[in-house]
Design a protein around this ligand. Structure first.
Ligand SMILES: NC(=O)c1ccc[n+]([C@@H]2O[C@H](COP(=O)([O-])OP(=O)(O)OC[C@H]3O[C@@H](n4cnc5c(N)ncnc54)[C@H](OP(=O)(O)O)[C@@H]3O)[C@@H](O)[C@H]2O)c1
Length: 615
C-alpha cells in the first residue's frame, strides 16, 4: 500500500481540478493518515457475488398480515400507475453501501427504502465496531429493534427479522481508513457488488478538535472516493453535506458546488473591497500544519485545547462559522476534486428535525441543534435569547431529506452523467420560519402542556425576550436570577455566576444561527419535484412549502423530542439542574465526540450521555 508523498505548501490550483492524491502529504506523526493505492489494486469486475454476512432469505408473501399486503400493494400500485421517475422500479435488485448507518439520517433512509422498495437487494451498512459480532449487535440493537422500524415490523409481522436480516448486511469499517476500514476480502466483494453509495458518516460536533474534524469530514470523503473508484458497477455516489457549508455568505445562496481552495472570505472581500488581501485556503497546508503541531506538542491536554481553538480560528479565518461546517466544505472540495467520471449528488440539509409524517410523525434520534433551545425554554431555564427574532431558522424534517435522497438517487442514477449536482434540502426559501415564530410555537406548546419541575409543580413560561447585545443579555439574566433566588451565601453567588457564564457560552455557540442572514435557494429540489409523478410526490413528499410550521412544532416535533429523546419524561426530566439554578446541559463528557449513536451536535455533546436515549 503506497503512502503519499507531497511537497509542503503544494499550491492548489483553484481553477483546474488537480488530482487530490497530490494534495495530501504523508507524515509519520500526522494524526490523519492519508493512504493511496497502486493503480493495479483497482478492482473492476462485472461478476456479482452477494456477501452473506446477514441472513439470506426470501420473503414468503403468505406470511404477511392482510393489512400489510394491502399497504405494500397500494403503495406499489399507485406509483406504477404513473411512473414518474420510477422510484420503486429503480431500487429493484440494487445493492447499496450506506455509511453512518447508525446515525439519525441514515436510519430513516434505510427504513424508508425497506418499506417502500422491498425488492431492493442488499443494503450494506458500514458500522464502527471491533468485530463482525459487535457490528451485528449494533445492527440489532440500534437499527432492527429501533422504534423507528415499528411500521415495517407491523407490515412483516412474524417474518420481520428474517426480512430485515435478508436485506441488511453489517460490515465492520471506519470511514477514514483505507478501504473504509473493511478487511480486504469484504472490500473486494463489496466493490464488485454495489450500485450505489450513500455516505452519511460524519462527525457533526460543531466545535470539534480540528484534527478529528479533518479526519472524519475530510479524510473520510477522501478514503470514500478512493474506494468508489474500485467499484465497477457504481452508478452514483450520494454524499450528505450541510447547507451551512455556505458559511458566512449572506442573502440568497445557490446550490453551487465548491472547487478546491475556495474560501468564503475571498468571496466577501472581492465583492466588497477588491483591493484587500484575503487568506488563501490551501488544504494541504492545513493538514501539514495540524501534523506539525501534533509532532511539536507532547502534552495531550495542551494539544486538545490547541486543536479545539485552532479549528474555530481557521474556520473563521476562511469565512465559516465553525469547525464542522468548514471541514464539511473541504470534504465537498475533495469529492469534487477526485470524482473523475463518478456521478455525484451532494445533499445539503439545513437543521434536520423529527419526522414530519413517515413512518410516523415525530421520530428523532438524539438531542439536536434547536431542541435544547426549545426544551429548556419549556423548562423555564432559557427565558431570553441572544438573537434576532426576524432571522430565519432553516429546518427540514428528516423524512423529507430521505425522500429527496431517494428521488435524487433515481433521477441521477438513471442519467449516470459524470457530474456533481448539489441539492439544498432546506426550507427558508420556500417556507421561511423566523426565530420568533419558532419560540411562539414553543410558547403555545408549553402553555398548553407545561413542563413540571422536580417538585411536580407546573412551570409557567413567558414569551421569549430577544437581545442583540451580549452584555444586555447577560445583565438581564443576572438581574432575573438575583431577583428569583435568595442569595445568602457565596456558594449561591458562584452558582448564579456559573449559570450566567454557561448561558453566555451556550448563546455564543448558537450565535451564527440565531443571527443568520441567509436563505438557501433550492431550485434543484423544485425541478426534482416537477420530474416526479403525482403519486411519487405523495409517497416521497419533498414539498416543504406545504408544511405548517405551527402545526409541526406545536403538534409534532416537541412531543417527538419528549417521547423519543426523553422517553416520554420530557416534562419532568432531570437535566442536571441544581435547585433550578445550574443550567440543564452543563453535565456530560465535555466536548469530545466519542462514539455511539447519540454523539452528535455541539450541544448534544454537552448533554449527559445518559439522557440520550435513541428510541
Ligand atoms: N443532523 C443534522 O441536523 C444534519 C444537518 C445537515 C447535514 N447533516 C449531515 O448528514 C449526515 C448524517 O448526519 P446525522 O445527523 O445522521 O449524524 P449522526 O447521527 O451523528 O450520525 C453520524 C454517523 O456517522 C458515523 N461515523 C462517524 N464517524 C465515523 C467513522 N470514522 N467511520 C464510520 N462511521 C462513522 C457514526 O457512527 P457511530 O454510531 O459509530 O458514531 C454515525 O453512524 C452527516 O454527513 C451530517 O453532516 C446532518
Amino acid at each position: 500500500m503506497a503512502m503519499l508523498h507531497v511537497q509542503k505548501n503544494f499550491p492548489l490550483n483553484i481553477t483546474t481540478r488537480v488530482p487530490t492524491t497530490e494534495l495530501f502529504s504523508k507524515n509519520g506523526h500526522f494524526p490523519i493518515k492519508f493512504y493511496s493505492y497502486p493503480k493495479n489494486e483497482i478492482i473492476r469486475s462485472k461478476k456479482t457475488n452477494h456477501l452473506t454476512l446477514g441472513i439470506d432469505h426470501v420473503i414468503d408473501p403468505s406470511s404477511f398480515s392482510s393489512s400489510c399486503i394491502k399497504a405494500l400493494g397500494d403503495h406499489q400500485g399507485d406509483v406504477l400507475a404513473h411512473n414518474g421517475i420510477g422510484i420503486i422500479d429503480f431500487f429493484e435488485d440494487k445493492n447499496i453501501l450506506v455509511t453512518g448507518a447508525t446515525g439519525f439520517l441514515a436510519k430513516v433512509l434505510i427504513e424508508k427504502m425497506l418499506r417502500t422498495t422491498p425488492k431492493i437487494n442488499k443494503i450494506y451498512l458500514l458500522i464502527r465496531s471491533k468485530d463482525k459480532e459487535a457490528a451485528f449487535d449494533r445492527l440489532t440493537s440500534e437499527i432492527i429493534e429501533s422504534k423507528l422500524f415499528k411500521c415495517l415490523k407491523e407490515m412483516h409481522g412474524g417474518s420481520y427479522e428474517l426480512f430485515i436480516k435478508s436485506k441488511l448486511v453489517p460490515i465492520v469499517g471506519n470511514i477514514h481508513e483505507p478501504n473504509l476500514g473493511m478487511d480486504s476480502i469484504t472490500a473486494h466483494q463489496i466493490a464488485q457488488e454495489i450500485d450505489l453509495i450513500v455516505d452519511s458518516a460524519a462527525n457533526t460536533t460543531f466545535d470539534l478538535r480540528y484534527d478529528l474534524a479533518l479526519e472524519a469530514n475530510v479524510n473520510g470523503p477522501y478514503q470514500l472516493m478512493l474506494f468508489a473508484k474500485k467499484c465497477k458497477n457504481l452508478k452514483l455516489l450520494i454524499h450528505y453535506s450541510t447547507a451551512y457549508v455556505n458559511g458566512e455568505r449572506e442573502g440568497l445562496m445557490y446550490e453551487k458546488p465548491f472547487t478546491m481552495g475556495e474560501s468564503i472570505t475571498k468571496e466577501k472581500v472581492t465583492s466588497h473591497s477588491p483591493s484587500t488581501k484575503f487568506p488563501s485556503l490551501n488544504v494541504a497546508n492545513e493538514l501539514d500544519f495540524v501534523s506539525m503541531l501534533n509532532n511539536a506538542i507532547e502534552n495531550n491536554d495542551t494539544f486538545n485545547k490547541i486543536m479545539k481553538d485552532l479549528g474555530s480560528e481557521r474556520a473563521k479565518l476562511y469565512g465559516w462559522h465553525d469547525t464542522y461546517s468548514f471541514t464539511k466544505a473541504i470534504g465537498e472540495m475533495v469529492i469534487d476534486n477526485m470524482r473523475e467520471d463518478i456521478p455525484i449528488v451532494i445533499i445539503r440539509p439545513s437543521v434536520i428535525t423529527s419526522t414530519y409524517e413517515e413512518p410516523f410523525p415525530g421520530w428523532i434520534q438524539g438531542f439536536r441543534v434547536i431542541d435544547p433551545l426549545l426544551i429548556f425554554y419549556g423548562k423555564g431555564e432559557y427565558t431570553c435569547c441572544f438573537g434576532d427574532p426576524s432571522s430565519l431558522v432553516d429546518v427540514v424534517p428528516v423524512d423529507m431529506v430521505v425522500n429527496t435522497t431517494m428521488a435524487a438517487i433515481v433521477k441521477h442514477g438513471h442519467l449516470q452523467i459524470p457530474e456533481l449536482n448539489v441539492y439544498h434540502a432546506t426550507s427558508s426559501y420556500m417556507n421561511p420560519l423566523s426565530l420568533s415564530q419558532l419560540f411562539n410555537y414553543g410558547f403555545e406548546f408549553f402553555s398548553s402542556s407545561p413542563s413540571v419541575n422536580s417538585k411536580g409543580d407546573q412551570i409557567k413560561i413567558k414569551k421569549m425576550i430577544f437581545f442583540d447585545n451580549m452584555s444586555d443579555f447577560t445583565n438581564y439574566i443576572l438581574e432575573k436570577l438575583l431577583k428569583e433566588q435568595e442569595v445568602h451565601d457565596l456558594k449561591m453567588q458562584m452558582r448564579i455566576k456559573r449559570k450566567v457564564e454557561y448561558l453566555e457560552n451556550f448563546s455564543k455557540i448558537y450565535e451564527p444561527y440565531t443571527f443568520y442572514k441567509g436563505r438557501f435557494h433550492n431550485d434543484n429540489m423544485r425541478k426534482l419535484m416537477e420530474d416526479m409523478s403525482e403519486e411519487e410526490r405523495k409517497n416521497f413528499n419533498i414539498d416543504e412549502s406545504k408544511i405548517n410550521w405551527r402545526d409541526y412544532f406545536a403538534g409534532v416535533h416537541i412531543l417527538g423530542v419528549k417521547e423519543h429523546v426523553f422517553n416520554g419524561s420530557g416534562t419532568n426530566m432531570d437535566c442536571g439542574a441544581v435547585d433550578g439554578v445550574t443550567p440543564p446541559i452543563t453535565r456530560g463528557r465535555g466536548l469530545d465526540p466519542g462514539y455511539g449513536e447519540n454523539s452528535v451536535g455541539s450541544v448534544a455533546t454537552l448533554v449527559d450521555p445518559a439522557m440520550r436515549n435513541p428510541n
